[in-house]
Ligand binder design. Structure first.
Ligand SMILES: NC(=O)c1ccc[n+]([C@@H]2O[C@H](COP(=O)([O-])OP(=O)(O)OC[C@H]3O[C@@H](n4cnc5c(N)ncnc54)[C@H](OP(=O)(O)O)[C@@H]3O)[C@@H](O)[C@H]2O)c1
Length: 436
C-alpha cells in the first residue's frame, strides 16, 4: 500500500527527475520532443526514443529536438526493461501496442497515449490494470487532439449528470464538408485533403466514420459512464453527400457536418456517426476546416462547448505534454463508475431525403405513399429550378420520425424505376431532438 501511495503521488523519483520514453517518432511523437525541448520543463527528461528503422528517424530534421543523452532504439525491451517512469505511446493501433503497454503498466510505469483505437477498444481493461499496479493511464489527446475535451469532461464536468453529447470529431470530414459548403465537390476536396496530408490514401477510416466512432465511444465512457462496443455504433459515410445537398441545406437554414452523437436513455445509449443537417445557428455549423467541436449537455450545468484544433502534430503534442506534466506532478484523473450499455442507432428526428430522378408523373405520390406506409409525414418538398428533367434532384423533409422507419421507406423508394441514385437520408438536428 505504501508503494502504491508513493506511486500515485507522482512519477518523480528521489532524484526529482521524471524519465520519459517516446514510443513512435512520427507526426505527434516528434512534436512532443519539440515541445519538451523548447519549453524546458524542469524535472522531465526524455531518455528513450523507440521506433522501427530508427536510423531513418535519427536523420530526420526533428531529431534535433531529442537530447543527445537520450537512447534511440528499435528494441522495445530497451524501454520496457529500463528505469523510465512514463511511457508516451504515439505509434497508434492495437498491435503490438496493447501488449507492450500491458507490460509497461505491470512494471509500474505510467502511460500517456493519444491512441484512440486502443482506448476505445481496450481502455477499460488497461485502466483496471493501471489501477492494480498503482500507476496512471492517461489519454487526453485521444479525442479532439489539442482540444482539452477529455480533461475538461473528467475534471470539469464530473459533478454534473451529462445526458448527451454531440460533436465534430473528425477534422478530415470537417475540412471536406466545410469546403463543399463553399461550393467545391467531394472528389476535388478529397484529393486536396490527401495532398495536404489531412486524409490518408485510403480515406475510409475518416469519411466512413470509423475514426469518429472510436472517439465517440471514449467520450461516452467518460461523459455518460457508458461502455459501448465501437463495432455496434452505426456509421454513415459522408462520401454520398453532393454539392446540391448544401444548396438545399441552405434553403433549410442549415449546413451539413459529420456529427457524432450519443444520448443516455436508461440502460440504452442512442449513438450514431453520420453526416447530418445542422442548423446555421448551432455552434457545430460554425466549425470550419480541421477544427473539432464537442457540445455536452448536463442536467445541472446545461450546455458546454469545447472547440479548437482537433489534429496536427503540435496541437496534439500540447495535450500529450499536458498529460505528462499532470502525471509527473501526481495529478489524478477523476474516475466514475462505467457500465456496459446497449447501443441503438435510433433517433427521433426530422429527416432530409434527397432523390435524383428521371422525372415522370406520379413520382411524388409514390414517395409520399411509401412514407405514409411506414407512418412518416412529409414536412416540406423542395425543388430548385434549372436542373434537367432527366436528372432532377429534389428534396423531401419529414416530420420527426425514427431513423429505422425512414430507412424502411427508403428501401422501397430506391426500387422505383425513376430513381437514378440511391436516395440520401440525413438526420436533421433540431434543439428539441429527442430519442425514443
Ligand atoms: N496526427 C494527429 O493529428 C493526431 C491527433 C490525435 C491523436 N493522434 C494519435 O497519435 C498517434 C500517433 O499519430 P501520428 O499522426 O503521429 O502517427 P505517425 O505520424 O504515423 O507516427 C507513428 C510513428 O510510430 C511508428 N510506428 C508505428 N507502428 C510501429 C511499430 N509497429 N513498430 C515501431 N514503430 C512503429 C511509425 O514509424 P514509421 O515512420 O516507420 O511508420 C511512426 O514514426 C496515433 O494513435 C494517432 O491516432 C494523432
Amino acid at each position: 500500500m505504501a508503494t502504491k501511495l508513493k506511486k500515485q503521488a507522482g512519477a518523480k523519483k528521489n532524484d526529482g527527475v521524471v524519465k520519459v520514453a517516446l514510443l513512435g517518432f512520427g507526426t505527434v511523437g516528434s512534436s512532443v520532443a519539440k515541445v519538451l525541448t523548447e519549453r524546458k520543463f524542469a524535472g522531465i527528461a526524455l531518455t528513450h526514443v523507440y521506433n522501427r528503422n530508427v536510423a531513418r528517424k535519427r536523420e530526420s530534421a526533428a531529431a534535433k529536438f531529442v537530447p543527445a543523452t537520450a537512447k534511440w532504439t528499435e528494441n522495445i525491451d530497451d524501454v520496457l526493461r529500463s528505469d523510465v517512469d512514463v511511457i508516451v505511446e504515439l505509434m497508434g493501433g492495437l498491435n503490438p501496442v496493447e501488449g507492450w503497454l500491458k507490460k509497461a503498466l505491470a512494471a509500474g510505469k505510467h502511460v500517456v497515449t493519444a491512441n484512440k483505437q486502443l482506448i476505445a477498444y481496450r481502455g477499460v481493461s488497461l485502466q483496471k490494470l493501471a489501477a492494480q499496479h498503482g500507476v496512471q493511464l492517461v489519454y487526453g489527446a485521444a479525442v479532439a487532439g489539442g482540444v482539452p475535451v477529455i480533461p475538461g469532461i473528467l475534471q470539469g464536468l464530473s459533478g454534473d449528470r451529462v445526458t448527451r453529447l454531440s460533436g465534430i470529431l473528425n477534422g478530415t470530414c470537417n475540412y471536406i464538408l466545410s469546403r463543399m459548403e463553399a461550393g467545391a465537390d467531394y472528389a476535388t476536396v478529397l484529393k486536396d485533403a490527401q495532398q495536404l496530408g489531412y486524409a490518408e490514401a485510403n480515406p475510409s477510416a475518416d469519411v466512413d466514420g470509423f475514426d469518429a466512432r472510436a472517439k465517440l465511444c471514449i467520450l461516452s465512457r467518460i461523459a455518460l459512464g457508458a461502455k459501448l462496443n465501437p463495432d455496434e455504433v452505426a456509421t454513415q459515410t459522408i462520401s454520398t453527400v453532393e454539392a446540391i445537398d448544401f444548396v438545399y441545406a441552405k434553403e433549410l437554414n442549415s449546413t451539413i457536418r459529420q456529427v457524432s452523437r450519443a444520448q443516455a436513455d436508461g440502460t440504452v445509449v442512442h449513438a450514431r456517426v453520420a453526416p447530418m443537417l445542422v442548423p446555421l445557428t448551432s455552434p457545430m455549423a460554425w466549425s470550419h476546416g480541421t477544427q473539432n467541436m464537442v457540445v455536452t449537455s448536463g442536467t445541472y450545468g446545461g450546455d458546454v462547448v469545447f472547440s479548437g484544433h482537433g489534429a496536427g502534430g503540435e496541437p496534439t503534442a500540447v495535450a500529450v505534454v499536458s498529460d505528462l506534466l499532470a502525471v509527473s506532478q501526481g495529478a489524478k484523473a477523476v474516475e466514475l463508475p462505467v457500465r456496459k450499455r446497449t447501443v441503438t442507432s435510433e433517433f427521433l428526428a426530422p429527416h432530409y431525403l434527397r432523390f435524383v430522378v428521371d422525372d415522370k408523373p406520379g413520382i411524388v405520390s409514390s414517395i409520399a405513399g411509401a412514407l405514409a406506409k411506414v407512418g412518416a409525414n412529409i414536412d416540406s418538398l423542395l425543388q430548385k429550378p434549372g436542373y434537367p428533367k432527366h436528372r432532377l434532384p429534389f428534396v423531401v423533409t419529414t416530420e420527426p420520425c425514427l431513423t429505422g422507419v425512414i430507412e424502411r421507406a427508403i428501401g422501397s423508394i430506391a426500387k422505383l424505376d425513376c430513381m437514378l441514385e440511391k436516395p440520401l437520408n440525413l438526420q436533421m438536428l433540431v434543439p428539441e431532438d429527442k430519442p425514443e
